[in-house]
Design a protein around this ligand. Structure first.
Ligand SMILES: [Zn+2]
Length: 455
C-alpha cells in the first residue's frame, strides 16, 4: 500500500488513505487571496480566488480540490518573472479542477492562478459526516477538519501544505464576518461591508475559516495576548461566566508550552447549538449550548485553545498522526484542571485509563485509520501516552522537552519522530534509560493492547 507518508515523493495516482482525496502533485501553493461576496439569506457566494504557486515538477496541467456544487466560470494564469503561463482549458468534475496550460511550465517557476466561481456553498460528505461551509439559521460557519476546505474555495486540501492567506469578505452590514488572522480594515459601501483579514502564519487549508453572524465583540482579559470574542447578544451573560478563565488558560499554556503562536486568539459563539466545538487557526467556534453559564464545557474551552499549539502551529504531515493533536489537547484539559482545581493529571489519567480498559483494544494509536480517526480512544490513549512520557522523564525534563518540541515545529508540520527525538534527548539528559523510552513508545503507539498504567 502506498501511504501518504510518501507524499513528498510525487507518485501520480495516489490518494490520501484517510480523506480519499487524490493528491495534487507538482506544486506548492504559497498564498491564497480569497475575495468572497456572500449573501446570507440565499446562502450565495460569488468569489475570486487568487493563488500564488511554485512548481517542483514541469507542469502541463495541475489539479486543485473544489467541490462540484460550486461553478467555475473563469480560470486565468500569470507567470511571475520571465515565465509565461497561459491557460488552455479547465475542467471541473468530481471535486477536482483540472487546469491545462498552453505550454508546459518549466520546473521551479512562480505563477498565479485566478479562479472565478460562484454557487451555494454547503458541506461536503465525508467518512466523518458533513464538513466545510455550513449554513446557520442566521449566518454561516466553516468547520473543515479534516478535508472540507474545498467546500468553499479551490485549494490543495491536505494538512501538510501550509500557506499564508488574505480574505476580503463582503456581506450585508448587520452581519459580522470573522476570518483567520488580523482584521486589517472594514469598509462600508451602501448596505454592505467588506472585511479584510490576513495571516502571515502558514496555515493548512482545513484550518481556514469564515464565520458570519450577528455578533457583538467582547474583549476578554486575563492574558497578555489579546482575546476577542464574537457572541450573540442573548448569549453574553452565560458566555461571560463560562469563558471567565480563558485568559488564565492562555497564560498557563504559554508558560508550559512556550509563547502563544499567533498574534491573538478569537472565540466565536454561534446562535445555533453545535454538537461539538470546532477548531480553526487562531480561533475556536462554540455553539450557544456551550455558553449557557453553567461551566459545563470548561474542559473543551481549554482543549480548543491548546490546539493553537498542537494542531495549528504544529501541523500534521499526515492524518495517521492525529494523536499528536488530540493527545496533547486532551492532556491540556487535565493540566488545566491540575492548575485550577488541584485534581492532578495523574488522577484524570487514572479515570480515563479505567474507561479505556473496559473498551475494545483493537486500535493502533500510530495509525488508527479513517474510521477511528476521531474515536475517543485516540484522544484518551494519546493523552495517556503524553502522561506516560511525563511520568518517565519527570516534570522538569518533560515540560522542557515539550517546549523544545513545540519551538522546533513552530508554524510547520511535525511527525511522531520529532517528538520521540526530543524525548530521547530529554531522557539522556535526565539520566533515564533510552531503551525504557523506546519500550514505552512501542507499547502505547504500536501495539493495540493497553499497557500498564504509568506511575
Ligand atoms: Zn481536539
Amino acid at each position: 500500500m502506498i501511504r501518504s507518508r510518501l507524499r513528498k515523493t510525487p507518485v501520480p495516482g495516489t490518494r490520501d488513505s484517510y480523506t480519499g482525496i487524490d493528491f495534487n502533485l507538482g506544486y506548492h501553493i504559497r498564498h491564497y487571496r480569497l475575495e468572497l461576496d456572500y449573501k446570507v439569506a440565499p446562502n450565495h457566494l460569488r468569489a475570486v480566488a487568487t493563488l500564488s504557486l511554485d512548481n517542483y515538477q514541469e507542469l502541463k496541467q495541475l489539479t486543485l480540490d473544489l467541490a462540484s456544487h460550486l461553478r467555475v466560470t473563469e480560470v486565468s494564469a500569470r507567470g511571475i518573472g520571465a515565465v509565461e503561463v497561459t491557460v488552455a482549458r479547465f475542467r471541473h468534475a468530481n471535486a477536482k479542477l483540472r487546469i491545462t496550460f498552453d505550454d508546459p511550465i518549466p520546473v521551479d517557476q512562480e505563477f498565479e492562478l485566478t479562479i472565478r466561481y460562484s454557487g451555494n456553498p454547503r458541506p461536503v460528505r465525508s467518512t466523518w459526516g458533513t464538513i466545510g461551509w455550513e449554513e446557520l439559521s442566521n449566518g454561516s460557519l466553516v468547520a473543515s477538519q479534516p478535508c472540507g476546505a474545498h467546500s468553499w474555495f479551490p485549494c490543495d486540501d491536505t494538512p501538510d501544505e501550509k500557506a499564508t492567506y488574505e480574505f476580503l469578505i463582503t456581506a450585508d452590514s448587520p452581519y459580522t464576518v470573522v476570518a483567520n488572522g488580523a482584521l486589517d480594515s472594514k469598509s462600508v459601501k451602501g448596505s454592505r461591508t467588506t472585511w479584510r483579514y490576513h495571516t502571515n502564519h502558514p496555515m493548512a487549508s482545513y484550518l481556514a475559516t469564515v464565520q458570519v453572524g450577528q455578533y457583538k465583540l467582547i474583549e476578554l482579559d486575563g492574558s497578555k495576548t489579546p482575546i476577542h470574542a464574537y457572541v450573540p447578544p442573548a448569549v453574553i451573560p452565560g458566555f461571560r461566566n463560562d469563558f471567565a478563565d480563558q485568559g488564565a488558560m492562555l497564560e498557563l499554556y504559554s508558560k508550559l508550552y512556550g509563547p502563544y503562536p499567533f498574534a491573538s486568539y478569537t472565540v466565536v459563539v454561534t446562535e445555533d447549538e453545535l454538537e461539538i466545538p470546532l477548531e480553526a487557526q487562531g480561533l475556536s467556534i462554540f455553539g450557544a449550548n456551550h455558553a449557557k453559564g453553567d461551566k459545563d464545557w470548561e474542559r473543551l474551552i481549554a482543549h480548543e485553545l491548546s490546539h493553537q499549539w498542537f494542531g495549528n502551529s504544529l501541523g500534521l504531515a499526515q492524518w495517521d498522526d492525529i494523536w499528536l493533536n488530540e493527545g496533547f489537547a486532551c492532556y491540556s484539559e487535565w493540566l488545566w484542571f491540575e492548575h485550577s482545581t488541584g485534581k492532578t493529571a495523574a488522577e484524570s489519567a487514572r479515570e480515563h485509563y479505567d474507561v479505556l480498559a473496559s473498551k475494545p483494544q483493537d486500535l493502533l494509536l500510530a495509525a488508527p485509520g479513517a474510521k477511528d480517526m476521531f474515536d475517543d480512544r485516540v484522544y484518551k490513549r494519546g493523552a495517556l501516552t503524553v502522561h506516560a512520557l511525563r511520568v518517565l522523564l519527570g516534570d522538569e525534563a518533560f515540560f522542557a522537552m515539550v517546549r523544545s518540541y513545540v519551538a522546533a515545529g513552530r508554524h510547520s508540520v511535525v511527525e511522531p519522530i520529532d517528538l520521540l527525538r526530543e524525548a530521547r534527548r530529554a531522557a539522556e539528559a535526565a539520566g533515564v534509560a533510552v531503551d525504557k523510552l523506546d519500550a514505552l513508545w512501542d507499547a502505547w503507539l504500536k501495539k493495540t493492547a493497553l499497557p500498564e498504567f504509568p506511575q
